[in-house]
Design a protein around this ligand. Structure first.
Ligand code: PLP
Length: 403
């Protein structure tokens, strides 16, 4: 009697035909720009189109009322994705808005210190600098060790009573580096320091659990590894810190106007939202999270690691390729330059030949770029719906361009 091969839970192979078929863009283009904006699955596209049609047919407010339960369920999906309560989630316009609503809600005092990582995202770092100008806080970069990873030992040595915030990008925009968010979280928790994680590139790419990370605040966007729509993102706010934070702007949704001189904030994380919503995008966000959860974040991560590892290993074999992958632990973002070639021009060449990649300029992660002397990089970011044939096509093109 034939017996079934035991199913490896992290093995996506049996589902790949179904996954490929549910990605309409895959028939059209080789898409290795998932760190920019992924190809949406059919269910995410449908969720949005259906709602847009409903709005056109019965009216926008009426459509939102008719779909109120589905809209509310988006919070349950997000809560499952990161292991929190639904009332700890705010759905906002994008990750930048979510992150900024949290950051600018922190009551900084002159002399407070903000600790961050080398590969910090430009927009976040700009906000630190603005806070330094306005409130006299200091911004300090936790150094990396020889392996290129954030040095936990240095972080421990930097801690004192004046550290107000540890703010880290989980996976930077310009490389496959994965910062040790859980170990950083242990340190933050032990010293009762507020901890903010930018999970823009990790959400949808790997499991995220705010209890394991021990973060107080976490922001992410839909369009990247979550495969959701553009122009929508979310913010997690741990309920235990909610009342220490006052949203930097409020409106009639986030607060109620109770008398001539008074208002009260909403009792949940939705005090960081405002009244008007792109409901089609919101439903698309729910659909992309449900889709990722159905496939499984462990399985997604395992396949991304496999494909990205294959790409890196083969790029190394091509003469004249400089890979930006200092540390051993790497995820789906593969960044490199071709010696003697302008990366911007190379990206145009690669895209012209049918493979979507993007570029990453030093100014998007200035400290990492300066410390590691990085040029503009070509960024190929792989997802689980990609395959070896697609990656081989990129390798062929790069090998041709570098020759
Ligand atoms: C893309 C990105 C952001 C900004 O996300 P938006 O949705 O564009 O606001 C923030 N941080 C990192 C690390 C990113 O890659």
């Amino acid at each position: 009697m034939p017996f079934n091969r035991p199913v490896n839970l992290t093995d996506l192979s049996p589902r790949l035909p179904e996954i490929f078929a549910a990605t309409p863009g895959k028939a059209n283009v080789i898409h290795l720009n998932n760190a920019g904006s992924s190809l949406m699955p059919q269910s995410v596209l449908d969720a949005q189109l259906d709602h847009l049609k409903l709005e056109a047919m019965i009216g926008g407010y009426e459509a939102a009322r008719q779909k109120a339960d589905d809209i509310e369920r988006v919070y349950d999906s997000l809560a499952r994705l990161i292991n929190c309560q639904r009332d700890e989630i705010a759905v906002v316009e994008n990750a930048t808005v979510g992150w900024a609503m949290a950051f600018y809600a922190i009551p900084f005092q002159p002399g407070d210190r903000i600790l961050t990582a080398e590969a910090e995202y430009a927009s976040n770092y700009l906000a630190y600098l603005q806070m330094a100008r306005q409130k006299g806080v200091s911004v300090e970069v936790i150094p990396s060790n020889e392996a290129g990873e954030l040095c936990l030992h240095s972080l421990r040595n930097m801690i004192d009573k004046s550290v107000r915030l540890i703010s880290i990008t989980h996976v930077p925009t310009n490389s496959g580096l994965v910062n040790p968010v859980e170990q950083i979280g242990e340190i933050a928790r032990a010293h009762n320091i507020l901890y903010l994680v930018d999970a823009c590139q990790s959400a949808g790419q790997m499991p995220l659990d705010v209890e394991k990370i021990n973060c107080d605040l976490l922001s992410a966007t839909a369009r990247k590894y979550l495969r959701g729509p553009r122009g929508i993102g979310f913010l997690y706010v741990r309920s235990a810190v909610l009342d220490q934070l006052h949203p930097p702007m409020i409106d009639l949704f986030s607060a109620s106007w109770t008398s001539q001189n008074e208002y009260v904030l909403r009792p949940d994380a939705r005090r960081f939202e405002n009244w008007e919503n792109n409901y089609a995008a919101k439903l698309g966000l729910g659909a992309c999270v449900d889709y990722a959860l159905d496939i499984g974040l462990d399985a997604i991560q395992a396949r991304i690691d496999e494909l990205a590892g294959y790409l890196r290993a083969n790029l190394k074999e091509i003469n004249g390729i400089r890979l930006h992958s200092r540390c051993p632990r790497q995820c789906g973002i593969v960044s490199f330059a071709i010696e003697g070639r302008d990366s911007g021009e190379m990206v145009r060449e690669i895209v012209d030949r049918g493979v979507n990649v993007s570029s990453s300029s030093p100014s998007s992660t200035l400290i990492d770029a300066t410390r590691n002397n990085l040029p503009v990089l070509i960024r190929a970011s792989v997802h689980y719906y990609n395959d070896l044939k697609e990656i081989n096509r990129l390798l062929e093109i790069v090998s041709d361009l570098s020759g």
